[in-house]
Design a protein. Structure first.
Length: 240
């Protein structure tokens, strides 16, 4: 399933006790529809307040349903802030997280007041130097140890990520950062952006950014969650 949601009223993707999460809402809707005790698997976690246009999740059922029928019925059950955009059959054993080749995020910044987009833009309200931002963004390309850009309690044994795309551009009245990588650490995208904005404000320099990529120090700059959207999860053809 490809899923879209407004993360404003969710405590992230993953099920948590006594909290409203996307995974919990979807899983309960699927169980209501199929009348089976299914387990929903997602391509990755999104934090509280983070949105998605292309989250991917899967489940197995003992019954046969037409994909379009699943999509239609679930969207009649689901609340207004989450929707299933598409349903397709997958090979047995498909794992939306482990089989993913890459994830793509976009972060939107409003350089002037945009009340209509207050839940989906970081209102910075100042014209930013896009050349400076892109100069810093290019440092993240390739494979690096992103330990300095992760919340300490969420660190893994291996914190290397390979970044395929890292760029800033303007579109639709907003300044947008787009990043694609094989994996992301907890808070990594928001700290990358926080660090780039700090360089643009002369709070940090490129030498310090390079030292962070060598796991020296910890990035304390982190932008709000509301500007972040998971736009796409990509798979190789043989996982279709």
């Amino acid at each position: 399933m490809i899923i879209e949601y407004d993360g404003t009223e969710f405590c992230g993707w993953q099920i948590q006790p006594r909290k409203r999460t996307v995974q919990d809402i979807l899983q309960n809707a699927i169980r209501t529809f199929t009348r089976e005790k299914i387990k929903l698997q997602g391509a990755g976690r999104t934090d509280t307040g983070v949105h998605a246009l292309g989250q991917v999740a899967s489940f197995s059922t003992d019954k046969y349903f037409e994909p379009n029928d699943i999509c239609y019925r679930l969207n009649r059950i689901l609340p207004d802030d989450v929707a299933v955009k598409k349903v397709v059959p997958a090979k047995y054993g498909f794992d939306p997280r482990r089989n993913a080749f890459s994830r793509t995020y976009r972060y939107s910044i409003a350089e002037s007041p945009q009340p209509l987009f207050r839940n989906t833009r970081y209102h910075y309200n100042r014209r930013l130097d896009i050349q400076s931002l892109n100069k810093t963004a290019r440092l993240f390309l390739g494979k690096h140890d992103f330990t300095s850009f992760c919340r300490k309690k969420s660190l893994k044994q291996d914190n290397h990520c390979e970044v395929y795309l890292s760029r800033w551009f303007r579109y639709g009245g907003s300044l947008i950062y787009e990043v694609r990588a094989n994996r992301f650490l907890h808070n990594m995208v928001r700290r990358l952006i926080g660090a780039m904005l700090a360089v643009e404000r002369s709070k940090l320099n490129l030498t310090r950014i390079k030292s962070f990529l060598n796991n020296k120090g910890s990035v304390r700059y982190c932008v709000p969650a509301n500007g972040l959207v998971l736009t796409k999860v990509s798979y190789r053809r043989d996982y279709g």
